[in-house]
Design a protein around this ligand. Structure first.
Ligand code: NDP
Length: 472
């Protein structure tokens, strides 16, 4: 009860102790309901097989996801025979992967950002994260753009001049690399899990639910670190995962060139649209510190394994598909995909930018040519201190409560539509993103409702829809 008393004593907003206690409970759940537990255990059991299934379907069945099931049904194949046909772990892949991850660790830790000193408008170097539920503000070294540029400059130098390795190296070792990524994903999640018990970075921000599966999956530590700067969340999400995304696509492009003597317009579209998304991520890495991944999610298997395996393998399915099916789109189709992708990106970026600008200037800015409207909110951190916040209700944030997700979904659909309409596999991404972002809406709104209480209700009354006005 000591912590309760502390919270009540420090309360400055005049709420009763019950309300204070309740509203200080924002952040990841302390208790696990059966529904969440079933979801967590299912993901732990099935997610690795989902990744394997899609990648294997491309490798063995030319990207048909129904053919393996049909063969199983007809008795032409068995689960062990499908498994045995997939390439296994190789030491060559292990060496490539070890060099890759070590190089990214080196760039992240050893090369402080210089880009912000001479690139106008770019925010890099040491930046503050958002306030954690325990009331702490962590510092981060933002050097992702620089790491991305160095990595890609070396990639192009190798492809065009040095020729130390083939630019198809990633494609050529794709499944063996997947085993290595799994080893790292499980190792880092297990390490983070044990570290939370043995030597947590910020003990005040740890959350134990009493359920081992939930703790392992959703994480215990909020911002695990080694030393002052090696931040697990920032590194694993951004570096092996998102830096790799564009390199993987380039490797697919090189493979198309090698196999067919040309690169299709669909492959170029996928490379360009996803390249814009990745570059946007690094250009805005300081903004990323204020997104849910960094400022609300704890670091567990969901982020650790997800960043090492799920992201690089499933976010790049379109390019992989196009290696097996080199689709050449008509000009009209290509233009429609480009427009959908660019409009989606514009909405995604502008919506995120409006919130960032609004929060940074505390509302002293102009959105769509006007002074923004907002709702004043109060919330408590776990140390019982009261803080103020503002929820924007104009610009895209007046259209829907998560219009940034709507833009993201439009862009995601564009990547898929670039692959034509003859197979389902490349459309996995839009299905997955829809589930992810709808679930995220619900998860985020649940958290915001606990954090802001009746102020959140005033906000949802003012902005009625989540993603599509009049629909959802
Ligand atoms: P948001 O950037 O929308 O952040 C949500 C948080 O913003 C809320 O928790 C709340 O935090 C604050 N907030 C909510 N409404 C308002 C408002 N009206 N005014 C001001 N602040 C508000 O969500 P995400 O972090 O999930 O996403 C960021 C971007 O990343 C999105 O564009 C999303 O599409 C993208 N994304 C992409 C993924 C991918 O895999 N490709 C995965 C996840 C996200 P507070 O407590 O500060 O009030």
């Amino acid at each position: 009860m000591e912590s309760t008393r502390r919270r009540s004593q420090h309360s400055t907003n005049g709420k009763g102790s019950e309300a204070v206690e309740k509203s200080a409970q924002w952040g990841r759940a302390w208790e696990v309901d059966w529904f969440s537990l079933i979801g967590v255990v299912s993901l732990l059991c099935f997610a690795p097989f989902i990744v394997f299934y899609f990648v294997m379907a491309c490798d063995q069945y030319e990207c048909s996801i129904s053919q393996p099931v049909l063969e199983l049904y007809q008795g032409k194949a068995t689960l062990p025979s499908i498994w045995a046909r997939a390439p296994s772990f190789t030491w060559t892949a292990a060496k490539i992967y070890a060099v890759w991850v070590s190089f990214q660790v080196f760039l992240y830790i050893c090369i402080p950002d210089v880009g912000h000193k001479f690139i106008p408008g770019y925010v890099g170097g040491v930046q503050d994260g958002a306030r954690t539920p325990a009331g702490l503000i962590n510092k981060y070294e933002i050097n992702g753009l620089q790491c991305w540029i160095i990595t890609h400059a070396l990639w192009f130098a190798n492809a065009n001049y040095l020729q130390w390795f083939s630019p198809t190296i990633i494609f050529d070792n794709w499944i063996p690399l997947m085993w290595c990524a799994n080893i790292l994903g499980y190792a880092v999640s297990t390490f983070a899990f044990l570290k939370a018990y043995l030597f947590p970075t910020n003990a005040e921000d740890c959350k134990f639910t009493g359920n081992i599966f939930y703790n392992y999956m959703m994480g215990i530590e909020f911002n695990p670190r080694i030393g002052k700067w090696f931040d697990f969340k920032l590194f694993f999400n951004g570096r092996p995962g998102i830096v790799a995304w564009t390199l993987i696509n380039l490797s697919y492009m090189a493979k198309q060139q090698e196999l067919y003597g040309q690169v299709t317009n669909s492959m170029i579209l996928v490379n360009v649209l996803q390249g814009i998304y990745v570059l946007d991520f690094f250009w805005n890495e300081a903004w990323y510190l204020k997104t849910i991944d960094i400022c609300h999610d704890h670091f567990g298997w969901y982020l650790g394994w997800g960043d090492c395996v799920w992201l690089p393998y499933l976010y790049t399915l379109q390019g992989l598909y196009l290696v097996y099916h080199p689709v050449q789109l008509s000009d009209t189709h290509a233009l429609a995909v480009l427009l959908l992708g660019l409009i989606g990106y514009y909405i995604f970026r502008s919506t995120n930018h409006q919130k960032d600008l609004f929060r940074r200037t505390e509302g002293a800015c102009s959105i769509w040519g006007r002074r923004p409207t907002h709702i004043e909110c109060l919330y408590l951190s776990a140390d019982g201190r009261s803080h103020r916040s503002k929820l924007l209700t104009s610009g895209f944030w007046g259209v829907a409560r998560h219009f940034n997700y709507t833009g993201d979904l439009m862009g995601s659909l564009a990547y898929c539509a670039a692959c034509g309409f003859s197979h389902i596999l490349p459309y996995f991404y839009i299905v997955y993103m829809t589930i992810l972002l709808v679930h995220r809406c619900i998860r985020d709104e649940h958290r915001c409702s606990s954090k802001y209480g009746k102020d959140w209700k005033r906000y949802t009354d003012a902005v009625r829809y989540r993603l599509i006005p009049g629909v959802f």
